[in-house]
Design a protein around this ligand. Sequence first.
Ligand code: FE2
Ligand code: FE2
Length: 172
Amino acid sequence: MEATQKKIVDALNRQLNKEFYSAYAYLATASYFEEQELGGFANFFRIQAKEELTHAMKIFEFIHRIGGTVVLAPIAAPKAVYKSPLDAFEQGLQNERALAGEINDLLTLATEEGHGAARVFMFWFVNEQVEEEALFTRCIRRMALVGKDGQGILLLDKEFAERTPEGEKKSA
Ligand SMILES: [Fe+2]
Ligand SMILES: [Fe+2]
């Protein structure tokens, strides 16, 4: 049981760090758009960064609830180099896919170790990743439709400006 608890808590701490890293990465993307005066896109990524912080905090609370110790490791600096607005979203999708893989690995670990509480806890994240990937995929398809057309980009920027935290992902 001790060994199981350690494996699970270590894995949760690694995931905690990755969620914080994602918040960092999305903040970098928000800055990229801010510098181009595309405030709507910047708003979208600011909200995305906040969501990653809520994911991190869910894990933070859960580690405490199961009697584990939270270890706050250094957060890596995001790459923050984007070739285009579309590339920024594509990098976001890549990040979400990586997260989905890591969450799936955590679910597998919890299952193999027979840690029911961690297993059930991970279900929420599995669903959340489905939503995150769908959101980025939808954005990328719409960006691809617009291409380099300035008017189209400004129209999307207006739409992204309307995104509000939690629950309104579909309007983005
Ligand atoms: Fe996340
Ligand atoms: Fe995410």
